[in-house]
Ligand binder design. Structure first.
Ligand SMILES: [Zn+2]
Length: 437
């Protein structure tokens, strides 16, 4: 017995020694570099990572590799910033949240924003992700959020009926230390004075508003009050030059959340993707069941309105994205991954799918990648120069090393070799105990 204790003690000392001798500086050498700003890629690049940050990044000839650096040979590979998803949900028991976060991180999503339905007791965990207490994407939360109808039965949202209650609910969220306030402008809506009170109290408390909007009237109602950060997009009218001009003048941003609409049929149509172990890890048990249900699959794929739903995406939503992006309005990735109301929008892959759909809508690969990295980081941080989302000197080292080039084929963003979060390589072993499946 004593010998075993001694051995364990020795192993711990050995591990400490290994950690202590881990290289302080890493040089990722030879990759094609996509920096997230929309700039043209740099071939044969060098990126130096030290203490969780990028110390230098550029063409090989211009960057000095420190002698002590651990070299990662990345020739033939592509390096891009970690993905940012501005519209997620993760209302699960705390241990499960950690597993889904890790699954999402292994898909290359290094930042996520949870847009409502988070219970007060889980709010501190979001700050822990940013402090690096456990391995997860950098995560933000809107706490419970405001929704008249749920958005699903039992959702922990606030449903104030008076302006006074609305203000007091915002103050409660402020006391819980949430990062944002979320309003669902779904039907039935709050009375205008309740919405106004939420927005005004949010401003007083220094909490930015994010809003689910699918109609023009709601968009104007909030945008005229100064709200800029929208999830989904108006679908009651086609996009017009006037709407683009209005959105640009008001500096509005949209996370159109296409992956959530499409996931209802997409994974049934792509069993190759559905069967990836990493995708199964990124779904809730009920979502896995729904997607494994042959009857449900048959019903979905033979539904008489499926062709019409696909056409609406191509003919109405894609033109909205293309017109806004071309008109200088910021479009960013948001997917509704982890939404309990839908269940079938997985963490991780959905973010890659959103990027692919931006390209299908007519954005260039580099613009779509910027939407999923630097621009999404700008929207979340309310800063034009956030400390993550791009690969430049001084920024946090949230990186995605790909085995193939997404500027050749945007589907290559899922050819993930390695993921780095704040300078730390994410372990490639599958997370969680066996019963996780
Ligand atoms: Zn949502």
């Amino acid at each position: 017995m004593r010998r075993r204790i001694l051995l364990v003690g020795f192993a711990v000392v050995l591990c400490d020694a290994l950690l202590a001798s881990a290289p302080a500086v890493t040089a990722i050498v030879g990759a094609r570099l996509i920096d997230g700003t929309g700039a043209l890629p740099i071939d044969d690049s060098v990126v130096i990572v030290e203490n969780g940050r990028i110390r230098a990044a550029g063409p090989r000839g211009r960057i000095t590799i420190p002698r002590a650096a651990a070299i990662v040979d990345a020739s033939g590979k592509v390096l891009m910033p970690g993905l940012v998803d501005a519209h997620c949900h993760i209302n699960q028991p705390p241990d499960d949240m950690k597993r889904y976060w890790l699954a999402q991180l292994r898909w290359g999503v290094t930042t996520m924003r949870s847009a409502g339905n988070d219970k007060p007791e889980t709010v501190p965990m979001f700050r822990q992700t940013r402090a690096g207490v456990f391995l997860a994407p950098r995560s933000y939360t809107a706490g419970q959020g405001f929704s008249v109808s749920g958005p699903y039965p039992g959702a922990p949202t606030f449903k104030p009926t008076t302006a006074g209650d609305a203000r007091s609910n915002v103050q409660t969220l402020k006391a819980q230390n949430v990062d944002f306030i979320k309003i669902w402008m779904t039907i039935p809506k709050f009375p205008p004075e309740v919405n106004e009170a939420i927005v005004d109290e949010g401003r007083k408390q220094g909490l930015p508003i994010i809003a689910h909007v699918t109609d023009i009237a709601s968009l104007h109602q909030l945008a005229d009050q100064g709200v800029t950060d929208f999830l989904h997009n108006p679908i009651d009218q086609p996009v017009t030059p006037e709407l683009v001009a209005y959105a640009r003048a008001k500096k509005l941003t949209f996370a159109p959340t296409l992956a959530n609409i499409e996931s209802r049929w997409f994974y049934y149509e792509h069993p190759d993707i559905l069967n990836m172990p990493m995708l199964q890890d990124a779904l809730y048990p009920r979502g896995r069941q729904m997607l494994a249900d042959a009857g449900r699959k048959e019903q979905t794929l033979s539904a008489p309105d499926l062709a019409q739903r696909k056409a609406r995406m191509r003919e109405q939503t894609y033109p909205f994205i293309k017109a806004m992006s071309d008109g200088g309005v910021r479009i960013v990735t948001g997917t509704d991954c982890g939404a309990e109301a839908s269940q079938v929008t997985p963490f991780g892959h959905a973010t890659h799918r959103e990027v692919q759909m931006f390209v299908e809508a007519g954005l260039s690969a580099l613009t779509a990648i910027r939407a999923a990295t630097l621009d999404a980081a700008r929207v979340i941080t309310r800063s034009e120069d956030p400390e993550y989302g791009s690969i430049r000197a001084g920024k946090v080292a949230d990186l995605l090393l790909l085995d193939a080039d997404p500027t050749v084929d945007i589907h290559n963003t899922i050819r993930i070799g390695r993921v780095m979060r704040a300078g730390q390589w994410v372990p490639t072993v599958r997370p969680g105990p066996p019963d996780f499946r």
